[in-house]
Ligand binder design. Sequence first.
Ligand code: PBG
Length: 330
Amino acid sequence: MQLFHRPRRLRKTDWSRRLVQENQLSSNDFIYPVFLLEGSGREETVSSMPGVSRLSLDKLMLVAEDCIKLGIPVMALFPVIRAELKTPDGKEAFNPNGLIPQAIKELKKQFPNLGIMTDIALDPYTSHGQDGIIDADGYVLNDLTVDALIKQALTHAQAGADIVAPSDMMDGRIGAIRDSLEAHGFIHTQIMAYSAKYASAFYGPFRDAVGSAGNLGKSDKKNYQMDPANSDEAIREVALDIEEGADMVMVKPGMPYLDIVRRVKEELGYPTFAYQVSGEYAMIKAAAQNGWINEEAVMMESLLAFKRAGADGILTYFARDAARLLNAKK
Ligand code: PBG
């Protein structure tokens, strides 16, 4: 054959492949999620998420230090709340002396240069496991819930949170939280809006980790989280959150929703993040433990795929493992 175009030319050597590579991962791309327990000296493994533990604050400090060493910009905090503190209205969510505010204060004191992001939603705090306040039929009441979310976000901002991340999918909450932050002088507090959050079965292991699975029982979150069948709706949700004052937007889950990441980035051009959720992590871990896939290779490929889809960053349980690998390669 006498071919004019031979795309394989550029793929022949390592130097050439590196030269033409379009996307790259770095530790700057990661947000590392952690599960926080009360007390001290405590560490509990999460059986459905090998390699992930729930930690008390003293142990979390070591993880925070590791994130800084690895160049990971942000840690995201998720609380494990004791059953006695869970109520129908989830009011522990805005206790200024609660688990999360305490952790924020201590982390910011010891590691002022590590970004701290907190989840704004009531599910770890409600006795029924829903992200908001419910009526007699179990329907999550939008406006009442938003009132609670405003208080929760303000409590976190007052404790020193850098980013508040509403993950509840109530209507109008971004605007309401933004108004309240501005009114109270928290003009630098960033909002990462979980704008396109789907009612996904991939959240299973997370609900084990924070202990909300049992509370939720057989109910689901389909009357507020999005239908996995929809794509245009995601664009409308993201556009609304941007209008209401979000600084960054999130698509969640990650790998099965890369088409949404691409559309959001292309159509709105905003800082766009993806959440590689617990079920995605668990699938990779389980297959790797069985020797069916190469864990490191699949982990890195999955993370690079987010960048290729247009994500500016990735919230992932692999953040520290991936950063360690990337740093070793340098
Ligand atoms: C709670 C919340 C969930 C996740 C993050 N924040 C669970 C849910 O919506 O039920 C899931 C994260 C994961 O699966 O890794 N609002």
